[in-house]
Design a protein around this ligand. Structure first.
Ligand code: IVH
Length: 692
């Protein structure tokens, strides 16, 4: 049993390594790969190893495209630690600190030889003994010096480092590749490797590769790794600025945790932290096994990239009708949570990523960020994959999808009034924190209220119905039980969808959620006016514009009846938004919402409104000069007020000055303002504008 598993593991590992190093393809995630290697090593420690085993060699094999280069000292691998216990055990074996900690860059290893300060050779790792000659390609990497600066270079030095592809540039590269009809890379590491290992160095030159140095040949007269970094940096070599020397394992673990929270702020991907014994003499004492030094360890973070199957691409319809393709994935665990869906934004994105339905794809979930598909694993294609075709009709109401305006990438369902998806999404939005914050009106209730199984006529057929809900209308509702995360129906053990009395207990009395919903709705009727306006899902009218409009007009009806130019004159409201409001109110069923909400007692005005008052940011985007003496406040106070209201307080007048506040004694600045035709106001007017 164990023998056949050993055999199987050796074959598998070699297969994955070949794909990784020769073809720049990650057929499985790094994490799964690490586990296979670890399993094999454990088995071999019990049953014996062999000279042919991948555990005694490192990395891949040198390809035939590039000339072979024998490394002066072998390029090794690193042992991994996946937990604090494993890390502490290593630290103890290594004899304790001080340790140097630095990011483990997810790129590809490179060795560069400088002779008397001149770059003469650059090679990939290959099998660790012999790599590939990529000198011409490396000469194109920005930041890699062709000639070392400073002084005191040894006559011959081999430095080691990691080549990476900056994260931000990765998406663009893939989109360009797909546009040129070429297969995209599955992740930034593959793109770094693929970009470096090009036959034509001009292609490498066109890719924004970077490199960071993390190792070197022997050094005389220097005490510690950290000191060598300083020296290398003084010679113009790119070394990480993120390293830190710590006293012991506990502090090293502190660094590991700290970097984990910053890992997405770096320019490149990292998959862990490398911890090294800092003193070079102790490094020499500890030495190395056949594949890895004993003086260093890679602490690996939980994987944020996994491979999974793209089962399908479906389209969802949002509250303003936007049709968004999303990926349906074979469920996988990544960054601590299970992922089944990932948004794909629009059909252009699907095309740019080069993914086909049926592909194995690389899924990335960085911390709390929403999961994203990076790209396909092209080598795993069977030929049965198919291209995604954006549907021409709304998947829920069958209306033909179309761009709202010519040239828009997004397609929309135009059937705002009766598309069940749009209504459901709008109702759920009304309940959300961004709008009326109605606790009992989440996605699941919104679905039950707009699409119940019984009664056939849902109690909500337009948001006009929302505030007329009553126990009588709620109690008969039977609905599917939905998973709040996925929006899909839950099933019982026999595979039948679960259907329940949604607002009624078994004995026929109202369920808690029914009473709560009605109470919540009652309260929501007197929410702040801007929230009520936001809850109407008028395109472009988000909370910021809504605040501004309500502050100006004090009443929803006044806003809706205002002219386009009156609307555009409001701070933060442009012509598109003004047009959008007018278009919205031109629909009779929208007018009906306002009428019915008013009848139901929803407050559509700010009580006791007496005209616009100052709000945060009234001066935003303005540059204001205060000059002369103020009566009710000091000049500094006035300037502080300007800044706190979003403006810039300047001491000199120019054409860009929004206005000048001039008090008694104002001199040359007042004259300059008059000369340039800049508006001048007095203190009283300033106080009024600032809403003081
Ligand atoms: S030190 C003897 N430091 O990870 C090898 N390696 O998985 C000493 N790597 O082969 C390597 N970032 O290519 C070191 N800060 C870092 C690193 C790093 C990435 C790579 C390196 C190594 C591989 C092992």
């Amino acid at each position: 049993m164990s023998e056949s598993r050993i055999h199987e593991l050796r074959k598998l590992i070699q297969y994955y390594r070949d794909a990784y190093y020769q073809e720049d393809q990650s057929l499985i995630s790094d994490y799964e790969y690490d586990l296979l290697e670890r399993e094999l090593r454990d088995l071999e420690s019990q049953f014996g190893t062999s000279a042919q085993s991948p555990t005694v060699s490192v990395g891949g094999r040198a390809s035939e495209v590039f000339a072979p280069v024998k490394h002066q000292t072998p390029m090794m691998s690193l042992d991994n630690a996946f937990s604090l216990e494993e890390f502490e055990a290593w630290a103890q074996r290594a004899g304790g600190g001080p340790f140097l900690c630095e990011p483990k860059i997810d790129g590809l290893a490179l060795s560069i030889t400088y002779e008397n300060g001149v770059l003469v050779k650059a090679a990939t790792r290959g099998d660790g003994e012999t790599g590939e000659d990529v000198t011409q390609n490396v000469l194109t990497i920005s930041g890699v010096p062709h000639v070392l600066s400073g002084t005191g270079h040894p006559s011959l030095i081999e430095i080691r480092g990691e080549v990476y592809f900056p994260l931000k540039a990765f998406e663009k590269l893939n989109a360009d590749l797909v546009a040129a009809g070429k297969p995209p890379f599955a992740n930034p590491r593959n793109s770094a490797s693929g970009s470096l290992r090009q036959k034509d160095p001009a292609v490498t030159a066109s890719r924004p590769l970077r490199m960071l140095v993390h190792g070197f040949g022997s050094f005389e007269g220097i005490r510690a790794q950290s000191e060598v970094y300083q020296l290398l940096s003084s010679w113009g070599l790119p070394t990480t600025t993120q390293f830190k020397v710590v006293a012991d394992a506990k502090e090293a673990f502190g660094f590991i945790q700290e970097l984990s929270s910053k890992r997405h702020d770096l320019e490149h991907e990292i998959d862990g932290v490398v911890v090294k014994v800092d003193e070079l003499a102790r490094q020499r004492e500890l030495g190395a096994t056949s594949r890895a030094p004993r003086w260093a360890i890679a602490y690996k973070y939980p994987p944020e990239q996994v491979n999974t199957k793209l089962l399908d691409i479906k389209v969802s319809i949002g509250r303003t009708g936007r049709a968004t393709p999303f990926a349906v994935l074979a469920p996988v665990k990544v960054a601590g949570s299970e992922v089944e869906f990932a948004t794909l934004h629009n059909q252009d994105q699907v095309r740019a990523k080069g993914i086909l339905i049926g592909d194995v794809v690389v899924l990335r979930k960085a911390g709390d960020v929403i999961p994203e598909i990076l790209g396909p694993v092209v080598a795993l294609r069977s030929g049965d994959e198919r291209e995604f075709v954006m549907p021409t009709n709304c998947p829920e109401c069958n209306a033909p999808l179309a761009p709202a305006q010519e040239g828009d990438v997004d397609l929309r369902c135009p059937n705002a009034e009766s598309c069940p998806a749009q209504l459901r999404e709008r109702i759920a939005y009304i309940g959300s924190r961004a709008a009326l914050d109605i606790e009992a009106l989440g996605y699941v209730s919104a679905t039950a209220l707009t699409q119940p199984l019984e009664p056939a006529q849902p109690p909500i057929r337009s948001e006009a119905d929302l505030f007329d809900l009553s126990l009588e209308k709620l109690l008969p509702i039977r609905a599917f039980v939905l998973d709040p995360d996925t929006g899909l129906a839950k099933h019982d053990a026999d595979g039948n969808p679960k259907i329940v009395d949604f607002f009624r207990k078994k004995d026929g009395t109202p369920a808690e959620v029914a009473l709560k919903l009605l109470a919540n709705l009652e309260e929501a009727k007197s929410r702040e006016l801007w929230k009520i306006l936001t809850s109407l899902s008028i395109r472009h009218v988000g909370p910021v514009a809504a605040r501004s409009l309500c502050n100006q007009f004090g009443s929803i009806e006044k806003i809706l009846e205002a002219s386009e130019s009156e609307l555009s004159a409001v701070e933060g409201v442009g012509p598109t938004l003004a047009r959008s409001i007018k278009d919205w109110y031109a629909e009779p069923w929208h007018k009906n919402i306002i009428e019915r909400w008013k009848l139901a007692g929803v407050q559509l005005e700010i009580p006791g409104f007496e005209g616009p008052v100052s709000q945060d940011g009234v001066f935003s985007g303005m540059t204001i000069v205060v000059t002369g003496t103020m009566q009710s406040m000091s000049r500094e106070d006035a300037e502080a007020k300007i800044i706190s209201l979003g403006g810039k307080a300047s001491s000199s007048v120019s054409k860009k000055t929004s206005f000048v506040v001039a008090g008694p004694g104002a001199g040359s600045k007042l004259a300059k303002a008059e000369e340039l035709g800049v508006e001048v106001i007095d203190e009283q007017t300033f106080i009024a504008r600032a809403g003081l």
